[in-house]
Design a protein around this ligand. Structure first.
Ligand code: SF4
Ligand code: MG
Length: 305
């Protein structure tokens, strides 16, 4: 069996890049940003020394989530727009596992918008990567919630019929735990922010919107444009990612540029699991399955008759 990995094995690490190998090859279009995102994810997991058996990779529906069988490990392909409740349930029932969810802009900012908002509000301790390519790619290019006004899509030749959503502004309006932005054009920055978001997850909901090139149906969002327009928070020496007002101002001031980096981290928010005071032990010591008392529904029903 040969490995299709493009990076060398990390010397001395317990986990290797090839541990995430799958014999199933990607079918994305040539130049699709999903290749970069999958490579960055594998590299991030290896550099964090997280084995495939220690992480649950939860996928929605879309081009992005066709990644589900291109990786080794525990992977679940869920329903359109519904990946977040599944991922939250997986983490709540087994807190020792890392749980990472993936979805596109269509699933996250339209079909699953309620789940996105509730995950931000509830502060579920999971990591969420959104592949935001500004259209529904799998179904051949309908306008999505993040398609800019006055731009055309295959199935919307007159442009979007509804207003464009800025997902970072929406997320920041809830004073969330962790908000990041990256692009498929800059794999080094993407690995850096992925590692931060995965490491953060036990503190709460770590959300990263990844602007992803879709050369087939979104000709405006090219890798060249993403690199040229990125406005990195790290280039501003006084930028404080713990300051919500500064984060909101940064996101709103970008104009035609693209906010990039760890934009906000809430230093005070308590994660959902740490609020579950009825859990018998420290939330990180036991699984829900270990805590639930065995109960005979037959005995209960008999007691009623
Ligand atoms: Fe990638 Fe777009 Fe092709 Fe889907 S349609 S595989 S998002 S380039
Ligand atoms: Mg999309």
């Amino acid at each position: 069996m040969s490995c299709n990995c493009t990076t060398t094995e990390l010397e001395g690490g317990r986990v290797k890049y090839s541990d995430y190998y799958s014999e199933i090859q990607p079918t994305w279009c040539s130049g699709c940003g999903d290749y970069a995102i999958m490579a960055a994810l594998k590299r991030s997991l290896v550099e964090l020394d997280i084995a495939p058996s220690e992480v649950v990779l939860c996928f929605d529906v879309g081009c992005n989530s066709n990644m589900n069988d291109k990786l080794g490990g525990y992977r679940v392909h869920t329903l359109h727009g519904r990946v977040l409740p599944f991922a939250a349930g997986a983490k709540i029932s087994h807190p020792k596992l890392k749980v990472i969810a993936f979805a596109g802009d269509g699933a996250t900012y339209s079909e699953g918008l309620n789940h996105f908002i509730n995950s931000l509000k509830s502060n579920y301790p999971i990591t969420f990567f959104v592949h935001n390519n500004g259209n529904y790619g799998l179904t051949t290019g309908q306008a999505s919630a993040t398609t800019p006004q006055n731009t055309k899509r295959t199935a919307n030749p007159d442009g979007p019929t509804s207003m464009t959503l800025n997902p970072l502004e929406l997320a920041l309006s809830i004073d969330p735990a962790f908000v990041g932005r990256s692009t498929s054009a800059d794999i080094g920055s993407l690995i850096k922010i992925m590692k931060q978001a995965i490491s953060f997850q036990d503190e709460g909901f770590a959300y990263v919107d990844i602007l992803q090139a879709c050369p087939t149906y979104n000709r405006e969002l090219t890798h060249e444009m993403l690199l040229k327009r990125s406005k990195n928070v790290e280039d501003f020496p006084d930028y404080n990612p713990n300051n919500l007002a500064a984060a909101r101002a940064f996101v709103q001031s970008t104009g035609m540029e693209i906010a990039n980096g760890v934009i906000y981290k809430n230093p005070n928010l308590v994660s959902y699991l740490k609020k579950l005071v009825y859990r018998k032990k420290s939330w990180s010591d036991t699984t829900l399955r270990e805590e639930v008392k065995k109960y005979s529904i037959s005995d209960y029903l008999n007691s009623l008759s």
